[in-house]
Design a protein around this ligand. Structure first.
Ligand code: FAD
Ligand code: NAG
Ligand code: NAG
Ligand code: NAG
Length: 544
């Protein structure tokens, strides 16, 4: 006996199936037309660079550079076509055919986008994967490098290291992160207090604009060249390569690490760190990682919660506050400076390790210090599913404020979160807020980064991190509450992808990422891409 409800359920299943059949058939047809367009319009052998779901390697190519596993599920929308261009003209072809067939395009470098915007879209799209355009040319005499857009930081550091042991580049600390995403959103690492951001050290760039023209700094003009150094290149064009200014580093640097738990005055030392670290000489940088750890020794059984609620798990955890840093010099110099400037840290010689600069790069990327630098060429990333957010702090957080933060962190088990404090000051504070789109300069004490794993109960993890963000409201910057665009966060708002974008809507997150530079970015966008070809959930909109 069938009830009317069952009938209507069956009916809706039927319609859902019908809808998917029709829409995937439509995708396939538009995909076929699009592929035909690519093949017809390309003067080089583009078919070897095209992957559709018919090609057996489609899935592995798609997944290879998906860094955030939250966007690697069967339900995640997939590109109708992936193109891995072998030469620059093939990118022009992809742009031409995307416009002709009204298919949106996503551009992927290292694939570390926090919200998967380089490889996921809710509309039919082509994925332009820049992985094959990644040659690196280092000139150690002029201290410059031309870097192909698809290169990773590890590849960049490796090839600089091959030519010189006293040259470096102030980019990020994780080897599989892509150069293009990082540089075009700012990009910071251990050299930030000495040399500023990666984007502060760009001399030239080549890109393809919405009209398919290949431009360099001279032909694109200073406005567009300004916008792509921190404003997010994916709103403006396809970067082909960057010319970077390399910076000098000593042959030997010192890295150090001091761990304090809550029982070892962690709160007090971190409270001091907030004002000390941003005022230290430029040769020192200090970050802090604060996360829960078990109090028990690893081989002791973990405390379990009794049915009556006693023996709460929280009692068996504490927060470990880890002070991690790098000094551009030898151990003795660091120790005497730190014991004068920051005695509360209690830095001792045993906590310091002298390394060559390239070894320090390896250790910050979690390789053993004696690993071969060729490990930096490994593009296979360590991956987890996660959600992250950022904040900036311009006045020290009170002890009570920090204690409230620990309470929230203690709700999570060890290994689930990553909470980082990154000190600013030094060179970061000397560069004007409008020099490039990245505006978080003088007055910023440090940046906060919070991340939670989303495997297991995703909605609970999302709820937790949103609660943490809410908790931090009184302690962080306000109007705007600033955020780092390379830690993009769709909770801050999204563009309308199907129709026209709105300046007003986009200024909600745009002012957080760029403060007053947002308006200049919108002006430049309106001039160089008025048709809004380069768009995604948080791209810069043109004036309507
Ligand atoms: C594990 C990890 C560690 C990180 N460490 C740091 C760090 O130390 N310092 C720091 O500043 N940031 C860091 N980040 C953040 C990082 O800078 C951003 O996630 C950055 O956007 C990643 O760049 P990508 O090329 O790997 O990513 P992708 O996902 O490939 O791209 C990110 C954005 O850049 C665009 N893009 C990529 N290539 C091009 C191109 N050729 N032309 C135009 N647009 C392009 C994409 O369309 C997308 O909008 C880290 C991120 C992760 C996941
Ligand atoms: C994908 O399949 C098509 C059709 O068989 C073929 O022409 C193309 O070269 C394949 N792509 C790759 C990268 O092998
Ligand atoms: C913690 O701080 C107090 C007061 O400043 C001090 O007496 C004590 O020795 C410190 N403990 C540790 C483990 O550093
Ligand atoms: C590359 O890195 C991945 C992830 O860390 C690791 O599993 C793999 O073994 C590495 N490959 C090589 C050749 O070292």
């Amino acid at each position: 006996m069938k009830s009317p409800q069952v009938c209507s359920i069956l009916q809706s299943i039927f319609f859902v199936l019908l809808f998917f059949t029709i829409s995937s058939a439509a995708d396939r047809t538009s995909g076929q037309d699009f592929v035909q367009c690519l093949i017809r319009s390309s003067s080089t052998s583009i078919s070897k660079a095209i992957y559709t779901s018919q090609n057996s390697t489609y899935t592995s190519v798609l997944k290879f550079s998906i860094n955030n596993l939250r966007f690697d599920t069967p339900a995640t929308p997939k590109p109708i076509v992936i193109v891995k261009p072998e030469d620059e003209s093939q990118i022009q072809t992809v742009i031409y055919c995307s416009k002709k067939h009204d298919i949106q395009m996503r551009i992927r470098g290292g694939g570390h986008d926090y919200e998967g915007l380089s490889y996921v879209a809710q509309v039919p799209f082509v994925l332009l994967d820049m992985i094959n355009l990644r040659s690196i040319n280092v000139d150690p005499v002029k201290a410059t490098a031309w870097v192909g857009a698809g290169a990773t930081l590890g590849e960049l550091y490796y090839y600089i290291g091959q030519k010189s042991d006293t040259l470096g580049f102030p980019a990020g600390i994780w080897s599989t992160v892509g150069v293009s995403g990082l540089v075009s959103g700012g990009g910071y690492g251990t050299l930030r207090r000495k040399y500023g951001l990666a984007a502060d050290n760009v001399l030239d760039a080549r890109l393809i604009d919405a009209n398919g023209r290949i431009l360099d700094r001279k032909s694109m003009g200073e406005d567009l060249f300004w916008a792509i150094r921190g404003g997010g290149a994916s709103s403006f064009g396809v970067i082909l390569s960057w010319k970077l200014k390399l910076v000098s580093v000593p042959k030997i640097v010192t890295v150090f690490e001091v761990e304090r738990t809550l029982e070892q005055n962690a709160t007090e030392v971190l409270h001091r760190w907030q004002t000390v670290a941003p005022r230290l000489p430029k040769d020192v940088e200090m970050r802090v990682a604060a996360n829960t750890v078990w109090k028990n020794l690893p081989n002791e059984p973990q405390k379990t919660v009794q049915d009556d609620g006693s023996g709460s798990l929280e009692d068996s955890k504490t927060v470990s506050v880890n002070f991690i840093g790098q000094f551009l010099g030898r151990k003795e110099g660091l120790l005497s400076m730190m014991n004068k400037r920051f005695p509360e840290l209690g830095l001792e010689a045993e906590a310091c390790t002298e390394l060559t600069y390239i070894q320090s790069i390896l250790t910050f990327s979690l390789f053993p210090a004696d690993a071969s630098p060729t490990g930096l060429l490994n593009r296979t990333a360590y991956k987890i599913p996660f959600k992250a957010k950022s904040d900036f702090v311009d006045k020290p957080i009170s002890r009570e404020g920090l204690e409230g933060l620990w309470k929230i962190l203690l709700q999570q088990d060890p290994g689930r979160t990553n909470f980082l404090f990154t000190s600013y000051g030094g060179k970061m504070a000397e560069i004007s807020e409008s020099a490039i789109p990245f505006p978080h300069r003088a007055g910023t004490l440090y940046m906060m980064y919070m991340r939670v794993r989303t495997d297991g109960d995703t909605s609970n993890a999302m709820k937790w991190i949103r609660g943490l963000y809410k908790y931090l409201t009184p302690y962080v910057t306000s109007s705007p509450r600033a955020a780092y665009v390379n830690y993009n966060d769709l909770d801050l708002g999204v563009n309308n992808l199907q129709g026209p974008t709105s300046y007003k809507q986009a200024s909600r997150w745009g002012r957080k990422y760029f403060k007053n530079n947002f308006n200049r970015l919108v002006k430049i966008k309106s001039a160089v891409d008025p048709g809004n070809f380069f768009r995604h959930e948080q791209s810069i909109p043109p004036f309507s």
